[in-house]
Write a protein that binds this ligand. Structure first.
Ligand code: ACO
Length: 542
């Protein structure tokens, strides 16, 4: 819940401890020492409604009377600062930190658009690399532009990963979580390119669009290469090199076709070959076109979702001037968390437990435990969507297509593993998922709270059917989202209002006190037991 801080409620501390407002407005005067108890009491009280005159004044000062966060008007924080007020908004649920032209979401109406194009049209007619182009440059590419873009990604991928980055991944324990390995690998990749690192080469290394493009292609190329190296490492298999061009893997859906005048290149085909080719000299691992297309569509559907936790992290890190790959490593770290990218894994765990408890027959008992608040229905609900997540509709359709292809046993893969062959229980899980969705949507508990399936509800069953380990699901999410991260990184660099991100805090700790000698502590002179964790259940509450 957003609240305003003023002298009445303890003010936030200034970065330099001066009490000065960052806007230059006179500081609000702290009258009494702030304490956690006073803050808790202030937060427990229901927030008063602003009088109509105050609302009218704020609306008059608004940058935009509508179209802001939550559909309301947008007021500059400096307007509040000039009045001695600061917004208290844990989780930034009602705070806009940037203007953006990349992605539009209307959660109430279930709308998602990249650069104005509805996600449904892009999923049906576009492909991941084209969406990456659209997100970064703002327009759909012409055939020649699309082919050139794909060729640049193909060339960057063809160069492979630096040997020392692969060595870093190989040095990790085999049982490491794939996301941990991805974060490590990306951080290592950021370290090997000194020539484009602002910390080493100066602050102007990203000043030109061409220099920004180098970063974009490096990241887009590295993601599938790193993901495949991580997947193989878990199986004790060394990575294989990307094949520059193999019609078997590249002449399929998902790339900019030869019609564009460039070399055909399938991003997903490349990835699946790197995952499943037996060894360096073995024939390419060729997946069923339905599988290639489905994975490509999943990457596209995950490519951007405006200022979610990981994308906000990219902008936050970019604001300090760190190199682009390290910013992406930080974003991947944010995505790793179970409340963000890790939910797909959790959905599959839930469906697996239902299967073990009797499948569809176990659903009523399970929903009863959800309604008693004992567990959550994973893959349901969303902070932004109060409607069916439009991506969930598309993923459900894809799940059926993949299961048909897998069940037909005609995947064409030479690998016998992920990227083509099916995990045996997948069809059973999708049947449970469909029945669970139906039962939940018919139940007043979920309807009254406007809880609908989100993108994660069906994604995991597709990955499971393809034989991918659960830990890899978030890595796949990261491959897709890297397109959005780079688009936001570029937009941040071009933003004339961008500055280093530095939120305020509301200090509720001890007032000034004198240092206590170690021998005097615990005898009424300070010390004592370590403070209790404020909210041990914070993760389950978020
Ligand atoms: N199962 C059961 N009850 C739920 C669920 C759920 N999945 N989601 C919300 N609720 C309940 C809340 O307990 C609350 O009930 P109450 O009014 O009786 O207290 C009510 O619905 C309203 O929920 P909100 O507080 O509005 O939900 P919030 O926006 O804080 O959380 C979130 C959104 C975290 C996604 C939540 O719905 C959830 O935990 N879902 C399951 C996890 C999940 O699928 N995450 C993936 C999100 S998509 C993505 O990140 C790519």
């Amino acid at each position: 819940m957003v609240r305003l801080l003023s002298a009445a409620a303890p003010p936030p501390s200034s970065p330099r401890g001066s009490g000065a407002s960052p806007t230059g407005a006179p500081p609000s005067a702290p009258t009494t020492p702030t304490t956690a108890a006073a803050a808790a009491a202030a937060l427990a009280a229901p927030p008063p409604r602003l009088p109509p005159s105050a609302v009218a004044a704020l609306r008059a000062a608004a940058l935009s009377p509508s179209g802001g966060v939550g559909g309301g008007g947008l007021v500059r924080a400096s307007v509040l600062g000039a009045a001695g007020l600061t917004v208290y908004d844990p989780g930034y649920t009602n705070t806009a930190s940037a203007t953006s032209t990349i992605t539009y979401i209307d959660g109430g109406r279930g709308i998602l658009r990249y650069r104005g194009y509805p996600i449904e049209q892009l999923a049906a007619r576009s492909h991941f690399l084209e969406a990456a182009y659209l997100l970064s440059y703002g327009e759909l590419p012409t055939a020649a532009q699309g082919a050139a873009f794909s060729s640049r990604v193909a060339a960057a991928a063809g160069a492979g990963l630096p040997a020392n980055v692969l060595a870093v991944v190989a040095a990790l324990p085999r049982g490491v979580h794939p996301m941990s390995a991805l974060v490590t690998g990306l951080a290592a990749l950021g370290g090997v390119h000194a020539e484009t690192n602002p910390a080493l080469a100066g602050p102007h290394v990203y000043d030109t669009p061409a220099a920004q493009d180098v970063q974009l292609f490096r990241v887009l190329a590295a993601m599938p290469l790193l993901a495949a190296a991580i997947y193989r490492h878990a199986r004790g298999r060394p990575p294989v090199s990307p094949r520059p061009y193999d019609p078997a893997i590249h002449g399929t859906a998902g790339g900019a076709g030869a019609a564009g005048g460039g070399r055909p290149f399938s991003y997903t085909g490349l990835f699946l070959d790197l995952l499943e080719r037996r060894s360096e000299g073995s024939p390419s691992a060729v997946a069923h076109p339905v599988v290639v297309r489905a994975l490509d569509t999943l990457l596209l559907l995950h490519a951007d979702h405006e200022l979610n936790c990981s994308t906000a992290t990219v902008r936050q890190l970019a604001s300090s001037g760190v190199d682009a790959t390290t910013a992406v490593a930080g974003a991947a770290a944010a995505l790793y968390g179970p409340l963000h990218g890790g939910a797909t894994e959790a959905v599959l765990g839930m469906l697996g437990r239902l299967a073990a408890a009797g499948g569809v027959a176990a659903i009523p008992d399970f929903l009863a435990t959800v309604k008693r608040g004992e567990v959550k229905l994973m893959g349901f609900g969303h902070r932004v969507y109060r409607q069916y997540d439009p991506r969930a509709t598309l993923v459900r359709r894809l799940a059926y297509e993949v299961f048909e292809a897998v069940a037909a046993g005609s995947d064409g893969s030479d690998s016998g593993g992920g990227g083509g062959s099916g995990g045996g229980g997948g069809a059973g899980l999708v049947a449970i998922a469909v029945a669970l969705e139906k039962a939940a949507l018919a139940d007043d508990y979920f309807a009254s709270r406007r809880l609908y399936p989100n993108v994660d509800f069906y994604t995991g069953v597709i990955y499971q059917a393809l034989g991918l380990d659960a830990g890899m699901y978030t890595v796949l999410f990261a491959i897709g989202r890297s397109a959005g991260w780079m688009a936001h990184w570029r937009e941040f660099l071009a933003d004339p209002e961008a500055r280093i991100a530095r939120p305020r805090q509301w200090y509720v700790g001890a007032p000034e006190r004198a240092y206590v000698d170690v021998h005097a502590r615990g005898r009424g002179g300070g010390g004592g037991p370590a403070p209790a964790v404020k909210n041990p259940a914070v993760l389950s509450k978020l």
